[in-house]
Design a protein around this ligand. Structure first.
Ligand SMILES: [Zn+2]
Length: 487
């Protein structure tokens, strides 16, 4: 039996328990990128929320089918390709590749399906034909529009007031504001310099909103469990998706609507004009660790605004370093004889709190706090009598679970135990260490151990400094001296 999980549903404005239409199988649609540029970190905040959602559901015992579309035809992609004088496909291929590279950098799990809008034109045309048959459309100057007055539920998701809308006023742009609520375009008449398909609706190309309705229902069925996006998508995009889908099928489109809040940078809305607009690549160029970026972007529950600051970036890096240090200490510390010093309830309490946080509308802040409480207990036990052989696998399993759900546990390199002396080094060997370098490092560590034993602290400090200059950090633990490379 999958574990219970609750979400705040944008549509009902209430907390609801997930109850998949098909037992144990969650079908979800996540609005993907418009592939005309490098997404900014606010976009990645949303994609990471969806990654945490998917990983949590799997960890709670659900099977997940996730669809993320790639919008490769809309006003913005057409404009971008035209500006460079290349084909739409050549232009969008570049940004599709960059998007997947970014997902890998951030450790985002792949969805089951990544449909490209240009490969779903026949299904989109069919959807418009169904809307025609049910009286929801009209044609003006070769374009087909959705008449919102024919769909009484229009406005329910976003809470807009449709009473003020003047019947028969239209909007052709893919993106527009709430003040502009009007009949929206389903199929656009051909324009000079724009790609166009010959279809039973006449020549032209799809509007952006139509794409998501056709691809989601095509891959997940006419009704499915979860639809997500950023709060920016609520109006008009998701409002229009509901109208198109339910208008065509007469069935409920989606059960739960989940929306990630905005990201601010140093308290301000990101804007190119303010110089605070960051893509993932900008942050990597500044030298930030992708794991720390991921940590920061998931650290605030998705329904709350996230303020991305340089202090926050440092705190996230420190959080990652704390996990890494604990993993290192665990890797090079043999199990304690007997029970050890870790309280018997520590891992169980962690698990209960971690799961309770996630089950509460993906409260990642609470899940992270549970992790840090566990790390404190583990480090205190390592400082004292160590962790017993029976408790050790439980700790390992808990950290593996954190990694499966949050994806923030750094890899710790193979641990190498020195044979020089009983108390000398245990090192973290990296690929760049040649056997000769290792031997040299270990002989210096052995010399330092001997110097300390002889109370020659001046020589011991000298060796520590010499190694530090070579990027090697020593840690003295109850189990001997441990070393690893910085960087
Ligand atoms: Zn969409």
């Amino acid at each position: 039996m999958p574990r219970e999980i609750r979400f705040l549903n944008t549509a009902s404005r209430r907390v609801e328990t997930l109850d998949p239409l098909e037992k144990g199988h969650v079908r979800m649609y996540t609005c993907g990128p418009t592939v005309y540029n490098f997404p900014h970190i606010g976009n990645y905040r949303t994609f990471l929320f969806e990654d945490i959602l998917r990983r949590t559901l799997k960890s709670f015992g659900y099977r997940v089918t996730q669809v993320m579309n790639l919008t490769d035809i809309d006003d913005k992609t057409i404009k971008g390709a035209a500006a460079e004088g290349i084909s739409l496909r050549e232009f969008t291929d570049r940004y599709v590749a960059a998007f997947f590279e970014d997902l890998d950098t951030l450790g985002v799990e792949r969805a089951e399906h990544y449909p490209r809008a240009t490969e779903w034109i026949p299904q989109m045309v069919k959807l418009v034909q169904r809307l025609n048959e049910r009286g929801h459309t009209y044609v003006q100057d070769g374009s087909t529009y959705f008449r919102i007055a024919t769909f009484p539920g229009y406005g329910k998701l976003s809470g807009i007031d449709v009473a003020q809308v003047r019947a028969g006023t239209r909007v052709d742009a893919d993106e527009y504001e709430k003040e502009d609520v009007r009949d929206f375009v389903l199929w656009k008449a051909p324009k000079e310099g724009e790609p166009s398909w010959d279809t039973p609706l006449g020549p032209g190309r799809p509007g952006w909103h139509l794409e998501c309705s056709a691809m989601s229902m095509g891959l997940l069925g006419e009704s499915f469990d979860i639809h997500t996006g950023g709060v920016d998508n609520i109006f008009p995009h998701h409002e229009n998706e509901i109208a198109q889908s339910e208008g065509a099928t007469g069935a409920p489109f989606v059960r739960l609507w989940l929306h990630a809040e905005h990201l601010f940078v140093e308290g301000q809305k990101m804007a190119k004009s303010l110089g605070n607009f960051y893509t993932l690549r900008d942050l990597l160029e500044k030298g930030h660790d992708p794991l720390a970026i991921r940590y920061l972007l998931i650290s605030v529950p998705y329904r709350q605004k996230l303020n991305f600051t340089s202090d926050g970036m440092h705190a996230a890096a420190a959080g990652i370093e704390r996990i890494r240090n604990t993993m290192r200490r665990l890797a090079h510390t043999p199990p304690a004889a007997g029970e050890g010093s870790l309280p018997a309830t520590a891992v169980g309490e962690f698990e209960a709190e971690f799961d309770a946080g996630l089950a509460d509308d993906l409260n990642t802040a609470r899940a992270l706090a549970a992790l840090h409480t566990l790390l404190t207990a583990v480090n205190q036990a390592l400082d004292a009598g160590g962790i017993g052989a029976a408790a050790r696998p439980l700790v390992d399993a808990a950290l593996a679970r954190v990694d499966a759900v949050l994806g923030i546990v750094p890899r710790v390199d193979t641990v190498h135990t020195s044979g020089v002396t009983a108390t000398a080094g245990v090192g973290v060997v990296t690929a760049s260490d040649t056997p000769a370098e290792q031997a040299e490092i270990e002989s210096l560590i052995a010399e330092r151990v001997a110097a300390r034993a002889a109370r020659d602290f001046a020589r011991a400090d000298e060796i520590r400094k010499e190694l530090a200059e070579r990027g090697i950090v020593l840690e003295d633990t109850p189990h001997g001296t441990v070393w690893h490379r910085t960087s």
